[in-house]
Design a protein around this ligand. Structure first.
Ligand code: ASP
Length: 292
């Protein structure tokens, strides 16, 4: 049984197949290849984009979707997450998509089910479909190999599952990655790092801004978000007329992560990422449900 817990669960050939079919799914007219299939979504952490994106993706391919309302589920009555999974599995879904605040939750669950588990984000560990849609968005923009293209990942990298998954995946596609953050937001890494965003702005092709993951901080290790914004917000003044694109997985903290004016700029791909996310998740769900 194949599961998608992290980006390394997919080799490059499979990723290329998935992203190629995602290209077709950007078109309106799609076949109902998952008709008769059923998937369950269980999101123990908040989500706007990922949850709706998976559900829309599945429905567009003809699958039915059951969303477990975790506030009303029996985990709230003390049932363990593995027992919840085993019970859901007994209803014979074709896939379960899970988000959880604990790193490793999806992997743990995969031991109790007989259908693919798709990780919709586990703690600060991984968010594989976000990285796939980011790769897809970057590839669609450059329309050439990403080998040697330069990306700066900016923000709370240490606590970001999006950064983790992207560092693995974009690195595998040959992108040169620099981490830009104040020291307390930097993970242990062999990658180049800086806390001076102006020092890299002339030498990058892509900026990926990330939200400060306040929900994952035990104590506040930084001043105010306003102080953070002063040094790390992507502003018009910073990007001027540079030939770059700007990504962010959302939710964007306006004028802290990215300035309002930049969000309106055609170089900012935030909403394109959301559109691409549905197409990529259609391809992912089809790959895992039909090929497992
Ligand atoms: N939506 C992304 C995630 O779930 C990024 C974020 O929340 O900052 O990881």
């Amino acid at each position: 049984m194949r599961h998608l817990i992290q980006t390394t669960d997919l080799d490059k050939d499979e990723i290329n197949i998935i992203l190629n079919s995602a290209k077709n799914y950007l078109k309106d007219d799609v076949a109902q290849t998952l008709k008769g299939k059923m998937a369950i979504t269980i999101f123990f952490e908040n989500s706007t984009r990922t949850l709706s994106s998976f559900e829309i993706a599945l429905k567009r391919l003809g699958a039915s979707v059951v969303r477990l309302d975790v506030s009303k589920s029996s985990t709230a009555k003390g049932e363990s997450i593995s027992d919840t999974a085993a019970n859901l599995n007994a209803m014979k879904p074709n896939a379960i998509i899970i988000r959880h605040k604990n790193a490793g939750a999806g992997d743990h669950l995969s031991k109790y089910v007989s259908c693919p588990i798709i990780n919709g984000g586990d703690g600060a560990h991984a968010h594989p479909t976000q990285a796939l849609l980011d790769l897809f968005t970057i590839q669609n923009h450059f329309k050439t190999t990403l080998e040697g293209k330069r990306i700066a990942i900016i923000g709370d990298i240490k606590n970001s599952r999006v950064a983790n998954s992207n560092i693995e995946l974009l690195g595998r596609y040959g992108m040169k990655i620099t981490l830009v953050a104040p020291p307390h937001f930097l993970p242990k890494t062999d990658l180049p790092t800086t806390s001076d965003i102006t020092s890299i702005i002339d030498s990058v092709d892509v900026l990926m801004s990330l939200r400060t993951q306040i929900e994952r901080h035990d104590t506040q290790t930084y001043g105010s978000l306003k102080d953070y914004a002063h040094n790390f917000c992507i502003t018009k003044e910073l990007i001027r007329d540079k030939n770059i694109i700007i990504l962010h997985p959302g939710p964007v903290n306006r004028n802290i992560d990215i300035e309002d004016e930049v969000l309106k700029d055609s170089r900012c791909k935030v909403l394109e990422q959301v559109t691409n996310g549905v197409a990529v998740r259609m391809a992912v769900m089809e790959h895992f449900i039909l090929n497992h």
